[in-house]
Design a protein around this ligand. Structure first.
Ligand code: ZN
Length: 282
């Protein structure tokens, strides 16, 4: 990145010569990148658990993305999709809620010359199975997690409804950074974890200030459907309905203040329009 910026600087300074060694990097803002990966799909029979009537939406298929954020100070994995073993079987599988995964995240990473040891940091919107599917495969990354989420996910027995510790138990051995509330990941304000509890005790969303795309927020499961957002629907299985509504208010205010766009992670109609790795947003 620095080399690229250096070349640009050289072009700009061509008239005055360009042989004076190291140049300051004038263009680090453009170095922030976001890669979107297809980490599976969910197919629901019934959407009533999301407090959405089956006749209110025709949507039954949900996207399950993973994201890689490249910052000059490190590489962050945000959300871990469905378990990689889902890809062992072709097509839809399961009962009730169906799952599918066409290509593992680890395999997709090879397209951009990365592997499961390439991350400096990992953070998950929350610890449900469709967000931590690859958690145990990540090697050597520091886990950033809300203390409340950690305490529930690692309690014995687990007190986080819907969590499957067999998918994430190795995180206990990872280097950990416990946070309580918002967290500026790289210290320059451009990648920020925003606390949004309610779906789970330590649910969180991610703000990324992209230079060309503009600021965006990855929703986690603050909302599952477009309708969940417009009509403030709280799934019946959320651990705290009041906290969820307060988190919706807080994130909506944040979006307005930052002029940021919200990407609902599970919204397939949006996901289908997004560029996928190896393409990226910057
Ligand atoms: Zn989810």
């Amino acid at each position: 990145m620095i080399r690229k910026a250096g070349v640009l600087a050289c072009l700009v300074l061509l008239v005055g010569g360009c042989g004076s060694g190291e140049m300051p990097d004038p263009n680090t803002l453009a170095d922030l990148k976001l890669y979107v990966f297809d980490c599976g799909m969910l197919r629901l029979e019934n959407v009533e658990d999301f407090s959405v009537g089956n006749n209110e939406t025709e949507v039954r298929d949900l996207s399950v993305p993973c994201y890689v954020i490249e910052h000059e100070k490190g590489r962050l994995l945000w959300d871990g999709g469905l378990p990689s073993t889902t890809a062992d079987t072709e097509g839809w599988q399961g009962e009730g809620m169906l799952l599918r995964l066409d290509r593992t995240f680890a395999d997709q990473l090879t397209d951009i010359n990365l592997n499961m040891s390439s991350f400096d940091l990992m953070a998950f919107s929350h610890m449900h199975f469709d967000h931590v599917g690859v958690a145990n495969e990540v090697q050597g990354a520091k886990l950033i997690i809300q203390k409340a989420e950690y305490d529930a996910a690692f309690a014995d027995p687990v007190t986080l409804p819907g969590a499957d510790p067999s998918l994430y138990n190795k995180l206990k051995d990872a280097e950990q950074l416990f946070i309580t509330g918002d967290h500026d990941v790289f210290g320059d304000g451009r990648v920020r974890i925003i606390s949004a509890p309610g779906h789970t005790p330590g649910h969180q969303v991610l703000f990324i200030d992209l230079a060309n795309t503009g600021p965006i927020v990855l929703s986690g499961d603050l909302y599952h459907f477009a309708l969940s957002r417009t009509d403030r629907r709280v799934p019946s299985f959320n651990v705290d309905a009041d906290a969820t509504l307060a988190s919706m208010d807080r994130v909506e205010k944040f979006l307005e203040e930052e002029g940021a766009t919200l990407w609902i992670e599970h919204e397939l109609a949006l996901f289908n329009q997004l560029k996928k790795s190896p393409e990226y947003y910057d």
